[in-house]
Design a binder for this molecule. Structure first.
Ligand code: OGA
Ligand code: NI
Length: 361
């Protein structure tokens, strides 16, 4: 299936339709160079039981100050050691999480003609997509996605959200509201842990005017999972990501040194990770961490990545409080609009973007 949008460098192929056609091979465009494959000579996939920390967030809102301190401490350790953690007892209803994921799964199972009405272009990326980046001839990832804006309200446009399944808009409206609340609470915890006022990060993100968007990832079955990736290694360009993973199928891997750790999702947990903008504001006290997704030959996988971002047109720079003679400012101010052009042009490329930003000194 292809669309005729002139904005992409070549016709778009839906990975889902490829998956239905390909029995025992995949097109060359999806075959990664050997060092980027899931099992390569330069990195290894951990065979240990290592997992990212799982944190019970319940006590953060409770009245027991000691219990709250303990939660903060666990969050601080996770941010320092991993840049990734899972939260349970986070305040978002488990039924709502399941409903949101299964509603989106249903969307991807609709007939292709219906989905094609929402085909996206690289101008805004909103809608149904199958690639990130516009470089002609690029090697592609084994996934389709749906991208939409939830905040600011000026960008929220129901016409760009699917009209089917019928409950989609209503379910995602409620889901967005709840996940935004969770995002605010998490930013408070991070601000306190960085030694800043509890509203510091929220204010640096634009206060009430933050950006929030959703990328629903659909990873179809793949006959040659050892040759490709569902999503290439990247760090998230935004502020913080709250990911609702598939409840049946693992696939997310987090980089730790030269190893890739496969995340084992806890039931009804959100997987939280630090994005590049928090690395910048914290002057690299907290670092965004590379992650990628592997696919498999038995089962499709659906995940909902909710991005909690700074307002897109305000300068983002290291907090003055964290800039000292010993820890000089590492990054020049840049708006998130400017920043995200990189990934939208070149596609996912590890941490090369935030690393390239460092002010020369
Ligand atoms: C993302 C992402 C991970 C996953 O969408 O940025 O990293 O498990 N997704 O789908
Ligand atoms: Ni990501």
């Amino acid at each position: 299936m292809s669309n005729t949008s002139p904005d992409w460098p070549e016709p778009i192929v839906r990975v889902q339709s490829l998956s239905e056609r390909c029995i025992d091979s995949i097109p060359d465009r999806y075959i990664k160079p050997p060092t980027h494959r899931p099992v390569s000579a330069s990195t290894s996939t951990s065979t240990s039981d290592a997992n990212i920390p799982v944190i019970d967030f319940g006590d953060f809102l409770g009245t027991d100050p000691d219990a709250r301190k303990l939660v903060l401490q666990k969050v601080a350790e996770a941010c320092n050691d991993w840049g990734f953690f899972q939260v349970v007892n986070h305040g978002v209803r488990p039924e709502l999480m399941d409903k949101a994921r299964e509603t989106w799964r249903e969307f991807f199972h609709l007939p292709m003609e219906l989905k094609q009405k929402y085909a996206n272009s690289p101008k805004t990326y909103e809608g149904y997509g199958s690639r990130l980046g516009v470089e002609k001839g690029a090697i592609l990832d084994w996934s389709d996605y749906y991208f939409l804006h939830y905040l600011p309200l000026s960008l929220k446009d129901y016409n760009k959200w699917p009209s089917l399944p019928l409950s989609c808009r209503e379910v995602f409206d409620e889901y967005g509201r709840e996940v935004v609340k969770l995002g605010g609470r998490l930013l408070k915890a991070l601000s306190i842990n960085l030694g800043l006022e509890e509203d510091f990060l929220q204010n640096a993100f634009g206060g009430e005017d933050i950006g929030a968007c959703l990328r629903v990832n659909f990873y179809p079955k793949c006959p040659r999972p050892e040759l490709t990736l569902g999503l290439s290694s990247h760090s998230d360009p935004g502020g913080m990501t709250m990911l609702l993973p598939d409840d049946q199928v693992a696939g997310l891997q987090v980089r730790r040194g030269e190893e890739w750790i496969t995340v084992k999702p806890a039931r009804h947990a959100f997987i939280v990770n630090i994005g590049d903008q928090i690395q910048v504001i914290s002057n690299a006290k907290y670092k965004s961490v590379e992650h990628r997704v592997i696919v498999n030959s038995d089962k499709e996988r659906v995940s909902l990545a909710f991005f909690y971002n700074p307002k897109s047109d305000i300068p983002i720079q290291p907090a003055k409080e964290l800039v000292t003679p010993d820890t000089p400012s590492l990054y020049p101010p840049m708006t998130f609009d400017e920043y995200r052009l990189f990934i939208r042009t070149r596609g996912p490329r590890g941490k090369s973007q935030v690393d390239s930003l460092k002010s020369p000194r």
